[in-house]
Design a protein around this ligand. Structure first.
Ligand code: MG
Ligand code: MG
Length: 249
């Protein structure tokens, strides 16, 4: 069941998501060769709590950390560790908080130092596909219009959209209906309405879209070991168009 949000609730969600955006902006400053992903996790949790919010992922379904850190061939849900980031890596950071009873959720992929041209192209295509998805999040469109816009954009660049993990509605719960795939035909699925708040999150691979889960039970990796990128925004569908909430206020 899709839960529509009032303008007052959307304002609260803007606040939660602004905290997430602030923390990810801090992460962007901190990412450099030599920093460990565990240090990023510590700093993200500290920044969220200092703003009066609670990290949303810690303990969610048993996830042991505040920040998901997915390096190179890791797609999503990577565990922070003592692994030091090195020049040429790309690291996807996914973060969420709960503030005043409402959740925020966003993700970015960040280059570590200078990266290869092929990694840069993957990141750019993924970011652009998120923008394409967002611009289709308007009343009167169907869910499949978002999914298809993402898929079309990345496949035109020779990349593939992960099937096994999807975006989602968000509100008083981190994950609400509807699930939002990053692939599928246009013109299908539920009708989009003003008041829906959704997280669109393309997970895009250089090679095959097929993925596996590592022994830790969480870390999703590309089956072929090639790179993957991930960008995510939480946005409200309004009569004036899509309103991205996960931005620095
Ligand atoms: Mg997320
Ligand atoms: Mg999400």
């Amino acid at each position: 069941m899709v839960i529509l949000k009032s303008p007052e609730e959307i304002e609260k969600m803007r606040e939660s998501n602004a905290i997430v955006a602030d923390v990810l902006a801090l992460m962007r400053e901190l990412v450099e060769p030599g920093i460990t992903t565990l240090e990023l996790d510590r700093r993200a949790e500290e920044a969220a709590r200092s703003r009066g919010s609670v990290p949303a992922f810690k303990g969610y379904g048993g996830f042991p950390f505040s920040l998901c850190t997915s390096v190179n061939e890791e797609v999503v849900h990577g565990f922070p560790s003592k692994r030091e980031l090195k020049e040429g890596d790309i690291v996807s950071l996914d973060f969420g908080v709960c503030y005043n009873g409402y959740f925020g959720d966003s993700a970015v992929t960040i280059p570590v130092g200078s990266i290869s041209e092929s990694a840069r192209r993957l990141m750019q295509a993924t970011k652009e596909s998120l923008d394409q998805g967002i611009s289709n999040a308007v009343p009167g469109n169907r869910l499949g219009d978002i999914s298809n816009a993402v898929q079309r954009h990345v496949e035109a660049g020779g990349f593939s959209a992960v099937r096994d993990y999807v975006g989602h509605g968000i509100g008083k719960n981190l994950h609400e209906d509807p699930p939002i795939p990053n692939f599928g035909p246009p013109g299908r699925g539920i009708l989009l309405k003003a008041g829906m708040v959704i997280a669109i999150e393309p997970m895009i691979n250089q090679g095959t879209y097929e993925v596996d889960v590592k022994q830790d039970g969480w870390t999703v990796v590309t089956r072929d070991g090639k790179l993957s990128a991930h960008f995510e925004h939480t946005l409200a569908i309004t009569d004036e168009g899509p309103r991205v909430l996960s931005v620095v206020s």
